[in-house]
Design a protein around this ligand. Structure first.
Ligand SMILES: Cc1cc2nc3c(=O)[nH]c(=O)nc-3n(C[C@H](O)[C@H](O)[C@H](O)COP(=O)(O)OP(=O)(O)OC[C@H]3O[C@@H](n4cnc5c(N)ncnc54)[C@H](O)[C@@H]3O)c2cc1C
Length: 416
């Protein structure tokens, strides 16, 4: 069913009895053209664009839990397109453009809020680096500007400008950055894909990938075997384990990343703010809670929960730039499993097995990538050619000596 202001009004008058489930709960069919493994944001977006933009509708998304149980429902909801390297920035700019029209496109309120993102600058070399980044952003068509301390003071009087170790000297601002209600993104894409005929199959774990003579022919699941012409892995933090079902080893480590929410406060933060001398980022949800996070815990794990030393580390980052956060009470914290690649950049590629594709390596930044990742993966699956903004997200880039090392820190996931 379509959603509109009139429908909300009418349902309000008639006891809200006419709403229907947002998507069907079909049983798996014996065969599909394409099976997508993983019903997170990227898997659902891929299915949606496959059906809507590329006319491929005989598609199933197979999810081992419930929609939103993975990182799509666990992230800190930040969207932005403020990358530096040509392999990355045009892709993230496409994503931001897709975010800007997403709610109209799939007729669902995802609370896309372009409330801006400020990356704080604490030293002269950092200002130079951010000026370079701002120029790279503009070259890809994105917006960017450099602010001085007075402009930031007018926006965020609560920041600690004169901190002895990390004085705030300026900021890189992207006004079109902001936040999106993360689980509504999964629901909106699921509903949109379902409306175009895609089967979304929850509580169905893929336990095997069938390969005969180098050709992928389908998957084994907890609800029986399903045949497919193409199988698309899209399992984020579980990518390594899913790829192992096809005897593949990915250049990925799985790490836990935590997020935190405080009690609701009056509107305080003008947008997303990131600390430039440590790892801390914060925004304010529409309910008023400060939503923040920092570093990964720093050891390999598949557990969706973190440990106290990182809680302390993240809170120290918050106290360094906005001491008033120390007065807020922490309500909740949780963890999600990150698929950290060795250069911090993702993969959208074919594999060495015919008919088997991979979408993985999204690290901390996969939420903002959701629309473009879905669009470019759908492009690859439908046409067997990479989309023009995703040509460098290849699996063999390390062998070729062509990593997309955005942060210049090499193969150290804890630094990406
Ligand atoms: C705490 C935290 C904060 C973050 N903050 C941000 C942020 O602010 N901005 C940003 O851009 N990114 C952020 N991220 C990263 C972002 O959330 C992820 O990169 C992105 O969500 C990953 O893609 P996904 O949505 O498809 O993943 P998921 O939602 O994890 O989807 C993968 C799905 O695959 C399923 N699956 C796994 N194995 C199988 C199997 N064998 N069979 C069937 N299904 C399977 C899982 O159940 C899961 O639902 C954050 C992540 C975390 C954890």
């Amino acid at each position: 069913m379509g959603y509109s202001a009139f429908k909300v009004f009418w349902q309000g008058l008639t006891g809200n009895k006419g709403w229907q489930p947002a998507w069907r709960e079909p049983d798996p069919r014996p065969q599909y053209d394409i099976i997508i493994i993983g019903g997170g944001g990227h898997g659902l977006a891929t299915a949606y664009y496959l059906a809507k933009e590329f006319g491929v509708r005989n598609v199933a998304v197979v999810e081992k839990g419930w929609l939103g149980s993975g990182n799509i429902g666990r992230n800190t909801t930040i969207i932005r397109a403020n990358y530096l390297l040509p392999g990355n920035q045009p892709f993230y700019e496409l994503s931001l453009k897709l975010w800007e029209n997403l709610e109209q496109d799939f007729n669902y309120n995802a609370m896309v809020s372009q409330r801006s993102i400020l990356n704080l600058i604490h030293s002269d070399p950092q200002r130079d680096a951010f000026a370079r980044r701002a120029n790279a952003m503009r070259l890809s068509g994105a917006d960017s500007e450099l602010l001085g301390p007075d402009e930031i003071r007018a926006l965020c009087p609560f920041l600690d400008f004169d901190n002895a170790r990390f004085p705030i000297q300026g900021a890189l601002r992207q006004k079109r950055g902001g936040t999106v209600r993360h689980d509504a993104v999964a629901w909106g894409y699921a509903r949109g894909a379902d409306m175009h005929g895609v089967d979304i199959i929850q509580n169905c774990e893929v336990t095997g990938i069938d390969i005969t003579d180098g050709v992928c022919t389908g998957v084994q699941t907890t609800r029986g075997p399903i045949r497919a012409k193409k199988v698309a892995m899209c399992a984020a933090g579980s990518s390594g384990r899913v790829a192992a079902l096809a005897d593949m080893r990915l250049p990925i480590e799985s790490h836990v990343l935590q997020a935190f929410v405080t009690e609701g406060l009056k509107p305080t933060l003008p947008g997303v703010i990131t600390f430039g001398a440590g790892h801390f980022y914060v925004s304010q949800s529409d309910k008023g809670g400060l939503v923040f996070g920092g570093d990964i815990d720093g050891y390999n794990t598949y557990a969706q929960r973190g440990n106290l030393p990182v809680v302390e580390d993240v809170c120290e980052g918050g106290m360094a730039i906005m001491p008033m956060i120390g007065r807020a009470r922490l309500l909740r914290g949780w963890g999600g499993v990150m698929d950290m690649s060795m250069d911090g950049s993702p993969f959208i590629d074919k594999t060495g097995t015919q008919g088997l594709y991979v979408n993985a390596g999204w690290c901390y930044g996969g939420f903002k990538a959701t629309p473009a990742s879905g669009y470019c993966y759908a492009h690859l699956l439908a046409k067997d050619q990479p989309h023009e903004v995703a040509t460098q997200f290849r699996l063999d880039r390390f062998r070729r000596g062509a990593p997309i090392d955005e942060k210049g820190v090499g193969a150290q996931p804890n630094l990406h």
